[in-house]
Design a protein around this ligand. Structure first.
Ligand code: BJW
Ligand code: ZN
Length: 256
């Protein structure tokens, strides 16, 4: 991990790659929300150092011990409620306002991109602030349901589950189709704070590469795409993204 400031020339280059792109897309992961106080999944401060993901983020774990799974989710729902979007989220929202065709694809379930003002957002893995009935499929805002060890559907009384995508479950086909299309069309991919270990999200950079999209990465650690990226920042998202957004803003201001 580098503690040094990102080089000015690289910020400049990143901003020009984004503004030259007809379509620009950010793919984000848990790292972008780390600076909002939401722990990442993997790595040294990862959530899952304390909790085994295989025991919690699968349907079979939920069937075996739904109380334990809900306990973990209630704990995380509280974290998300308290969290605020950080400068990294805000910078991506600003990029969307400045750029004619900017989109965020996120693996995060915390909704912080929306709260930061991004509107063109595709959520891969659902949203932790929603619950879904295991029988009738109806969805509820978690604020609409009773906070119980085993929350029940207000409509049919059956067991609710978090409206997120667990290992071994398929993503929403509509989300998958949109993501696939966008990845194949985008001219630039900004990969932020994801270990790129979980599929199908992890294949987005490969799809983008197929059509020779430019790649900018922001991550404290190397990932499989680092070596192939046009620029790879080893810095915090909340430090680098605002600098890029500011450079973009100046460009668009000078142009008008
Ligand atoms: C910073 C920073 C700072 C820190 N600034 N950076 C193909 C090959 C192999 C396996 C599969 C495959 N296709 C499917 C699979 C199986 C599986 C999978 O990928 N397994 C892998 C582990 C190998 N995938 C699935 O099951 C998916 N379903 C599917 O494909 O269905 C069809 C199918 C089913 C069965 C078999 C085959 C096909 C579903 C995946 C669902 C993932 N769900 C979770 C939980 C969501 C709900 C919840 O939150 O509770 O999603 S798992 C977890 O990982 C969560 C995340 O969205 C996801 C990705 O994690 P992310 O965001 O990358 O976080 P970290 O922690 O890994 O990384 C953080 C990064 O940030 C690090 O790199 C840091 O350095 C960096 N960082 N601070 C910048 N300030
Ligand atoms: Zn129901």
């Amino acid at each position: 991990m580098s503690e040094s400031d990102p080089e000015n020339s690289l910020i400049e280059k990143a901003a020009s790659l984004i503004r030259e792109a007809g379509k620009a897309t950010a793919l984000t992961g848990a790292g972008i929300s780390a600076e909002s106080g939401i722990p990442t999944f993997r790595g040294k401060d990862g959530l899952w150092q304390k909790y085994d993901p295989e025991e919690l983020a699968t349907e079979s774990a939920f069937r075996q011990n739904p109380e334990r799974v809900w306990e973990w989710y209630w704990f995380r729902i509280d974290l998300v409620r308290k969290a605020k979007p950080n400068p990294g989220h805000l910078a991506l929202a600003e990029m969307e306002r400045l750029h004619p065709d900017f989109m965020v694809m996120t693996q995060n379930v915390d909704g912080l991109h929306f709260r930061a003002g991004s509107r063109n957002v595709l959520e891969f893995h659902g949203n932790i602030m929603r619950a879904r009935c295991t029988s009738c499929g109806r969805k509820f805002d978690v604020d609409e349901i009773k906070r119980e060890k085993l929350p029940r559907c207000p409509e049919c009384g059956d067991l609710l589950r978090p409206d997120v995508v667990w290992f071994g479950e398929s993503l929403d086909p509509d989300v998958l189709e949109k993501a696939d299309k966008r990845a194949r069309e985008t001219d630039l991919l900004l990969v932020v704070g994801t270990s790129l270990l979980v599929y199908p999200a992890a294949s987005i950079p490969l799809l983008a590469k197929e059509r020779e999209a430019r790649i900018i990465e922001v991550n404290l650690e190397e990932t499989y795409i680092s070596a192939e990226a046009d620029i790879s920042f080893r810095n915090k998202a909340g430090e680098v993204l605002p600098l890029i957004a500011e450079r973009l803003r100046r460009y668009y201001e000078n142009r008008s």
